[in-house]
Design a protein around this ligand. Sequence first.
Ligand SMILES: *Cc1c(COP(=O)(O)O)cnc(C)c1O
Length: 339
Amino acid sequence: MHLARYPRRFIAHLPTPLERMDRLSKELGGPEIWIKRDDCTGLSTGGNKTRKLEFLMAEAEMEGADVVITQGATQSNHARQTAAFAAKLGLQCHLLLEDRTGSNNANYKNNGNVLLDHLHGATTETRPGGADMAAEMEAVAEKMRATGKKVYTIPGGGSNPTGALGYVNCAYELLGQVNNSGTKIDHIVHATGSAGTQAGLITGLKATNANIPLLGIGVRAPKAKQEENVYNLAVKTAEKLGCAGVVSREDVVANTDYVGEGYGIPTAGGMEAIQMFAELESILLDPVYSAKGAAGLIDLIRKGYFKKGERVVFIHTGGAAALFGYDAAFDFSGRWVAN
Ligand SMILES: *Cc1c(COP(=O)(O)O)cnc(C)c1O
């Protein structure tokens, strides 16, 4: 596999660290838990979309784009990383943000990722929850093209075969780290949403015959739909890489028991995960993605899904910027000391 064949804009801080979480492992008393710090990719508070955007933005530049448009939920980490990447390349960035949660909280609407979108110079417009965001984005792109702009559109989450190459590369990077340090790993776990992260990882793991099971913890779609989305994208990604057929349907496993009420709505398990990671490991999770992924990891450890003596790598996909849009979900009143 030769990823240097594909255009890429090198911006991410790579390789991201791979660290052992001693205090969390001890607290849970199960497997040895490691964390791959893709929250530390470096671009405007980091996150998993930066790896995908290295390939997507290179394609935008090659096509001579002067504007990139993408879409996501109000507190989209993907939108924020796209805005930051575009600023670095001197491209205009326009974002369509879907009001997927219906929250009217002022910080949810203006702080966190939304603040950063605007700081990076992006323009934004909103759509009501349930809008067909792909169609909305295409309509906006057409209007801009009619004014003579050269527009490059990026799908939600940057999840297409070009973006997924970033996570094929992450699979190689992780394998390099564990192979060169004699760290045999038994499982990889991460939060899965628009499917590009899991599709890229499974393609990279299968193409190298790594034989490490990958588990995506869903944040939105039901299991069958999530697995189908990941599988379909993995098939196309493998075709793009010239290794068609390496991924079979059984390789794609998602557990969607931790979504809760819906996308972007915090869960009790997720809030517990945020506090555990922050207090035991000084690592910040976000309520929308990484906390639900970690809630799945924690619950499955408690249920004995992973064995003592095994090593589990949790890929931290980022998102902590969203915490500042979700302050209302926390109650720290018990920690204030009267003076
Ligand atoms: C987008 C995102 C994910 C999910 O990745 P997909 O490639 O969309 O499945 C997970 N965690 C965070 C913090 C994200 O922003």
